[in-house]
Design a protein around this ligand. Structure first.
Ligand code: PRP
Ligand code: URA
Length: 210
């Protein structure tokens, strides 16, 4: 069975995404909105977190209420652009550990090249959410998930902002157990394997390198 694709079409997300797409949106606003979108997507991606009963004394009485059952989470941004999504998620889940995977696309072949990896030591016991704003050919995301599974991780999700159908298909082919969370699925890829209409180069727009 293929992993599910969760297209999060909440009006707030769609509005913010339209601002990201606009070529005239500057670095500061772009960076802030990437972080906000990640936070909003995180609501949906963590919907299945386990709860447990806890006893709490309110100012009025004592009762049994729900609290997170302590299931451990890790987020793994794909460098560079995935870094832009980290703060938004940590706003909601401050105790999540953060691993890093450095991958860049070779400009000629469009294939991912790995240059860095550092994971929390107990990553195998954690539920992992991989972060990258763009899922284009899917090469980077599929390689990152393969890498993370190599540490023994059993539960991996992928969170993007925009996906191309080609990228979704590539991840589903290699990792049918991975659910994908996105704010939009665009038309496809151009000759340079950029997403159309997309938002351009996410890393350059987050870090102001173009
Ligand atoms: C971008 C993006 C993804 C990748 C997506 O990174 O952030 O990691 O391309 O493309 P794919 O689905 O075809 O693999 P890029 O390689 O430009 O590196 P950067 O984040 O360092 O700019
Ligand atoms: N990487 C990006 O940053 N944007 C795209 O459209 C494709 C890959």
């Amino acid at each position: 069975m293929e992993g599910k694709v969760h297209v999060l079409d909440h009006p707030l997300l769609q509005h913010k995404l339209t601002i990201l797409r606009n070529k005239d949106t500057g670095v500061k606003e772009f960076r802030e909105i990437v972080s906000e979108i990640a936070m909003l997507e995180c609501y949906e991606a963590t919907r299945d977190l386990q709860l447990e009963d806890v006893e709490v004394e309110t100012p009025i009485t004592t009762g049994t209420f729900k609290a997170l059952s302590g299931k451990k989470l890790a987020i793994v941004p794909i460098l560079r652009a995935g870094l832009g999504m980290v703060d938004g998620i940590l706003n909601l889940i401050p105790s999540a550990k953060v691993g890093h995977i450095g991958l860049y696309r070779d400009p000629e072949t469009h294939l991912p090249v790995e240059y860095y990896c550092k994971m929390p030591p107990d990553i195998a016991e954690r539920d992992v959410i991989v972060l990258d704003p763009m899922l284009a050919t899917g090469g980077s995301a599929a390689a990152a998930v393969t890498f993370i599974k190599g540490y023994g991780c059993k539960s991996v999700k992928l969170m993007n902002i925009i996906a191309a159908p080609e990228g979704i298909a590539a991840v589903q082919k290699d990792h049918p157990d991975v659910d994908i969370y996105v704010a939009a699925v665009d038309q496809g890829l151009n000759d340079h394997a950029y997403i159309v209409p997309g938002l351009g180069d996410a890393g350059d727009r987050i870090f102001g390198t173009k």
